[in-house]
Design a protein around this ligand. Structure first.
Ligand code: IVH
Length: 671
């Protein structure tokens, strides 16, 4: 558009283009019936961008061009939802679904059929969008259901979220809070991971993690580059409009330009609902996005209100979960991986196969015992499965497919990396390389030392550690503190800035805490929790080094196996030298000051992701304040702290009537 046009003409043209683009967005994202080609669309879009640049006085925040991402933020603000965002109870089989229906009928004191609406349960991240007078003003994550995070700028970059509601068919309410799930299509997820792999960035485990990671970026420009989508499935507050049924909500939202999913079904009674579950389950593999179950909701909103809710879940809805996804593939070979402690882990390398949008090509077989028990052989056709976040596992071989070419596998007698003899326990559960200077062990122990819960050196990724060891720049963890900028610049992929950043991170990590240092040493059986216990019981590393087995056994959490392992570790001359070298190279640690005991006798469990702490930091705080942090809920748990997207512990806590508190409550407690 090189022609000169007047301001008045430009204004008109801009308005016309916006209207046209918004209409095509609606046809594409809501109706799934695009009328123009991508190229024609890009043409319109570029024309608008050009005009807006020429006439910046006509720029508006709701223009369809405003989807590129605003300036980065330093943190997300916490926002309280005006109405809590509830979570769903789960059902895993038909009986539990029938019981759900029976319970509702009991409340109604009537045997009459209840009408349900069945919707796919999208496996993404729940969000709320607020539109005031039709303009998108705020968007938040679900958070713990009560408070979420302000991710408005990130949500604005999602192409299918309209910045302005459509008012062609139906009057726009002055206020509407809509709720839905942000997700990534399976195909886009694969593409994103491939791209990340190429750039040597870490890949996402599944589409849900990719969606969550993309939405929680402080820089909206990064979010803008991720292929995010949304399906809306409900409302919070609304003014000037009332609905009678959930199905009515789902048919009205698209009229305002809000995308909803089409695979929903009104079912006359619970039996028809269960029939639909079977159909949806069959469709699952072929849907472009991941679903992990079907949500059953009472369709009538008055009835919903009558049923109400119990501990943050509606009584009127339930998530009927699907079985984990399974697939058939072939084991090409089995390799032995050497870990930090020298343990050899058999890993099956398989013909790549897609399960629910994720390509799987390897799976741990745990140990020789497991291989023997399941009778897994090289060349076997096997069934593998993936359930949500769970790492893929080999379920069983399909024995009837055997051709005679299958070979039994036994872990080698010699380490595949250094050739040293492998020690095997009698029960075959452990096989370990006996060479303490095995390069594989060295690499893994350095990776462990640098990891987040340990010394935490930002930017010291696995590949860098491997290079540093291979180039013999470091021979033990203490050498990390002798790395020079020039050493890094000699390696592939380092430039001035990245080298300096890593040197800075290394320097920063020199100041640590006693518990982190103990954990970082990698003493067998001493995880983060035990490291914290030890740091509470010993004033410094020297006193721990000199301790006797019988004194260790006086500590409640420490049993004979752990005590033995600690004593063995410190008896090793080489380890003693290593600790001296670390201290000589400048590592210092804080000794615990006088501790408060305000959480004494209280046991905490955490679920979901926390905003202000990592899980380990939260546990560390609890233990430093005299409390206990546990990973599983039991009758002994005093508090369950819930973060974003709480897991099954939440349901268990409700069952056991454990006190459930939000992250905010937890912060108040520890203040
Ligand atoms: S309704 C009142 N509908 O499941 C019920 N949720 O555990 C609350 N989800 O946080 C939500 N698909 O992230 C509803 N069709 C759907 C859903 C759905 C996925 C997620 C959502 C929510 C979680 C509930």
């Amino acid at each position: 558009m090189s022609k000169k046009i007047s301001k008045q003409q430009a204004k008109k043209e801009i308005q016309k283009l916006r209207k046209e683009i918004n209409h095509h967005n609606y046809l594409y994202y809501v109706r799934n019936t695009p009328k123009i080609s991508d190229q024609e669309y890009d043409n319109l879009f570029n024309q608008l961008k050009e005009l807006e640049n020429k006439f910046p006085e006509f720029k508006t925040s709701t223009s369809p061009t405003q989807k590129v991402g605003a300036a980065p933020q330093s943190e997300f603000k916490n926002i309280k939802h005006s109405m809590p965002m509830l979570s769903l109870s789960n059902a895993f089989n038909e009986k539990e679904v029938i019981d759900f229906d029976k319970k509702l009928k009991r409340i109604l004191k009537k045997e009459k059929d209840i009408e349900y609406i069945a919707e796919p349960k999208f496996d993404g991240l729940a969000v709320e969008l607020i539109y005031k007078n039709g303009i998108f003003t705020q968007g938040t994550t679900r958070g713990d259901g009560i408070t979420g995070e302000d991710i408005t700028e990130n949500l604005k970059t999602i192409p299918s979220i309209p910045l302005k509601l459509r008012d062609k068919e139906l009057k726009i309410p002055s206020l509407i809070e809509v709720r839905g799930e942000v997700y990534i299509n399976k195909k886009d997820f694969e593409k994103l991971n491939k791209h990340r792999e190429k750039k040597e960035q870490s890949t996402f485990a599944n589409p849900r993690n990719a969606a969550a990671g993309s939405l929680r970026q402080l820089d909206p420009k990064i979010t803008a580059k991720r292929p995010l989508n949304i399906f809306l499935y409900g409302i919070g507050n609304i003014k000037d409009k009332s609905f009678k049924t959930q199905s009515q909500i789902l048919s009205v939202l698209p009229k305002w330009g809000l995308p909803v999913n089409k695979n929903v079904k009104i079912c006359k009674n619970i039996h028809k609902t269960i029939d639909h579950y079977k159909k949806l389950n069959n469709m699952r593999e072929n849907l472009p996005y991941e679903i992990d179950g079907m949500v059953i909701k009472v369709n009538n909103l008055k009835l919903q209100e009558k049923f109400g809710e119990i501990s943050r879940s509606p009584r009127w809805a339930i998530a009927y979960k699907f079985q984990p996804l399974q697939a058939k593939t072939k084991i090409k070979k089995i390799i032995a991986q050497v870990g930090r402690t020298g343990a050899l882990t058999p890993v099956a390398i398989m013909k790549p196969v897609k399960i629910g949008g994720v390509t799987i090509s390897r799976s741990t077989l745990h140990n020789q015992n497991e291989i023997d028990k399941k009778d897994i052989r090289v060349n076997d056709t096997v069934i593998i499965q993936r359930a949500g976040d769970v790492i893929p596992e080999v379920v069983k071989p399909i024995k009837k497919n055997r051709t005679g070419k299958e070979k039994k596998y036994t872990l080698p007698d010699r380490c595949p990396i250094c050739g040293a003899k492998v020690f095997k326990s009698e029960d075959q559960a452990v096989a370990r390389c006996t060479n303490i200077s095995c390069p594989a062990i060295l690499k893994e122990s350095i990776k462990h030392f640098c990891s987040k819960g340990a010394i935490d050196i930002e930017g010291m990724g696995d590949k860098i550690v491997e290079q540093l060891v291979e180039e013999k720049i470091i021979k033990d963890v203490a050498d990390i503190y002798k790395i020079k900028r020039q050493d890094l610049l000699n390696l592939e992929r380092f430039a001035e800035k990245s080298a300096q950043n890593l040197i800075d991170a290394i320097q920063k990590s020199k100041k640590t805490t006693l518990s982190r240092l103990i954990y970082a040493l990698g003493i067998r059986h001493v995880g983060e929790h035990l490291a914290r216990i030890l740091s509470k019981n010993f004033p410094n590393l020297k006193s721990l080094q000199k301790t006797k087995e019988k004194d260790l056994l006086k500590i409640k959490e420490i049993g004979p196996e752990v005590a033995h392992s600690i004593i063995n570790f410190f008896n090793e001359k080489q380890n003693e030298k290593l600790i001296d070298k670390l201290i000589k190279n400048g590592v210092t640690y804080r000794k615990k000051s006088k501790e408060s005991n305000i959480l004494s006798g209280k046991t905490f469990v955490f679920t979901g992701s926390l905003k202000n702490f990592t899980r380990n930091e939260a546990k560390e705080i609890v233990e430093n304040l005299g409390g206990n942090a546990s990973s599983s809920i039991s009758s002994k748990t005093n508090f369950l702290v819930i973060g974003e997207n709480p897991g099954s512990k939440y349901d268990k806590a409700k069952e056991l009537e454990t006190e459930i508190i939000s992250e905010e409550d937890f912060r108040k407690l520890i203040k």
